[in-house]
Write a protein that binds this ligand. Structure first.
Ligand code: FAD
Ligand code: SF4
Ligand code: SF4
Length: 467
């Protein structure tokens, strides 16, 4: 039994210094060395009641994988992770661990919790760098399943179904697979090579990925089921439709949705000279919103050379929905937080270009239905931020295309597809759904968990029908 490390502080994560990283798109956090990982893993108390596991939406056996790292069995640690998660290198980087597994860790009571996410990332990276065995190809069972959307939910379902012997085709609207992992979350938080490797792993399992296929336009769900011989369809089309505030001036040149801005940066490489979809060169940028997406947009704008980048958010610091680590990173990189402020009008010049953002100061009143204190305008407190670019990051909802082209597919008033809970069955027979398309914008791990549950439900449905 390795000796326990009772240091109340976790082993710090090596990172690029703020003044260096704010000028490049390389990954900010550099990852633990083997020595650091072993020292951190030895902080785990191997609690019998495993509180951390109850905080993980896919129930990873955390004490077991951490114990393997403590014993320097890194591949063994990866195998424990792989039993419950198909994207550990991704989740180790982007899961909101502080509210999930790490939020329940007993070491957090009198010090810092065990760095579970950092250890997960370490084991997954170690496996990727050291093990290249190709997976055993499962025997085909003769049934075809279509997956719509190649984000974490669709990819997870595809992998699980392929392992059960199904012939799986993933239809993806964009020219690259990965969903938000490639077009939303920037390279400096999640290197795209990692996502690509996961996708290559699925292809090695026999999953076919067809890009540039917008289902609802090129083919409908009914055609997939009735004419193309798919026994079931899994909808994992995400929630990529941006919301705007409907304030005056939102159609001016220089106003972007965060999704468009980040897609131009991440997917179309707009920062490279000669890119087919360029991006405006900004001097001063206001990003409206306080979630992870807003932090990603603000930090990307900084890296693209903007001198001043504001986060404009109508509540206070403690209400910011973004991960604490992302907020700290943004602050270190020089992003300015204009909290308790709400935009009322985008100002423009005679050429139709943004010149400023008029805001009003807010104060927090009584709690609203969500339990958070409601922001209330302070009369007469208007002020103007001089900016040439505004990025709206106040949320997204599912695109209506699939529900409007699939008769009988029920959706709620937010446009989210209605399912019967964990199994992901929709109102249409043979059609399942999960991830952000069902929950609205949520997290990678929840989308993956839904993909896993739907794969099991689809298997049960098809096997039940073929008896
Ligand atoms: P998506 O990842 O959205 O994938 C859906 C895919 O379906 C897309 O590729 C889309 O092109 C495709 N599609 C849509 N319609 C069709 C159609 N009709 N036909 C074919 N294909 C279609 N979560 C975290 O846990 N941690 C984070 O740090 C984090 N940061 C984020 C940062 C940003 C900028 C964004 C936008 C989101 C972030 N999230 C984060 C949320 C997380 O990425 C999502 O919850 C998750 O990706 C949802 O997975 P999904 O598979 O349901 O959908
Ligand atoms: Fe924690 Fe996310 Fe890993 Fe689960 S998947 S153990 S919540 S980091
Ligand atoms: Fe280890 Fe913390 Fe989980 Fe206990 S709660 S087993 S200390 S990770």
């Amino acid at each position: 039994m390795p000796q326990r490390n009772m240091d109340p502080q976790r082993c710090p994560m090596p990172s690029q210094p703020p003044e260096v990283r704010s000028k490049n798109f390389s990954e900010v956090a550099l990852g633990y060395t083997a020595e650091m990982a072993v020292a951190e893993a030895r902080r785990c108390l191997s609690c019998k009641n495993r509180p951390c596991v109850s905080g993980c939406p896919v129930g990873i056996d955390i004490p077991a994988f951490v114990a393997k790292i403590a014993a320097e069995d890194f591949e063994g640690a990866y195998q424990v992770l792989a039993a419950s998660s198909s994207l550990p290198a991704v989740c180790g980087r982007v899961c909101p661990q502080e509210n999930q597994c790490e939020g329940r860790c007993v070491r957090g009571i009198k010090g810092e919790s065990v760095g579970i996410g950092r250890l997960e990332r370490f084991a997954a990276d170690w496996h990727r760098q050291h093990v290249s065995a190709s997976p055993a190809l499962p025997a085909k069972n003769g049934h075809k399943v279509a997956v719509i959307g190649a984000g974490p939910s669709g990819l997870t379902a595809a992998g699980d179904l392929a392992k059960r012997g199904y012939q799986v085709t993933v239809f993806e609207a964009l020219h690259l697979a990965g969903g938000v992992l490639v077009y939303g979350i920037p390279e400096f938080r999640l290197p795209k090579a990692i996502v690509q490797q996961e996708i290559d792993g699925l292809k090695a399992l026999g999953v076919e990925i067809r890009t540039n296929m917008v289902i609802g336009k090129v083919l409908t769900i009914d055609e997939l089921l009735d004419e193309y011989g798919y026994a079931a369809v899994y909808i994992a089309s995400g929630a990529g439709l941006p919301r705007f505030m409907n304030i005056p001036g939102e159609s001016l040149k220089g106003v972007y949705s965060a999704n468009e801005y980040l897609t131009r940066v991440n997917l179309m490489k707009a920062y490279q000279p000669g890119s087919a979809t360029p991006i405006q060169k900004s001097r001063s940028v206001a990003v409206v919103g306080g979630g992870n997406v807003a932090m990603d947009a603000a930090r990307s704008a900084k890296r693209l050379g903007a001198e001043t980048v504001y986060i404009v958010y109508r509540r206070g610091m403690s209400e910011l929905p973004a991960r604490k680590e992302e907020v700290e990173h943004a602050q270190e990189e020089g992003v300015v937080f204009r909290l308790l402020a709400n935009p009322v009008r985008v100002l423009g010049n005679e050429n139709g270009c943004v010149t400023g953002l008029e805001c009003v100061e807010m104060e927090l009143g009584e709690p609203d239905q969500s339990g958070r204190r409601r922001p209330v305008e302070k009369a007469g407190s208007n002020f103007v931020l001089e900016v040439d670019t505004m990025i709206m990051s106040i949320g997204t909802s599912p695109n209506p295309l699939l529900r409007t082209t699939t008769p009988g597919l029920e959706a709620d008033r937010r446009g989210c597809i209605v399912t019967d809970g964990a199994a992901g069955r929709t109102s249409r027979e043979g059609v399942f759904a999960g991830g952000d398309a069902v929950t609205g914008a949520a997290t990678v791990i929840l989308a993956m968990g839904a993909g896993k549950e739907a794969a099991a439900a689809i298997d049960a449905y098809i096997q039940g029908k073929s008896k």
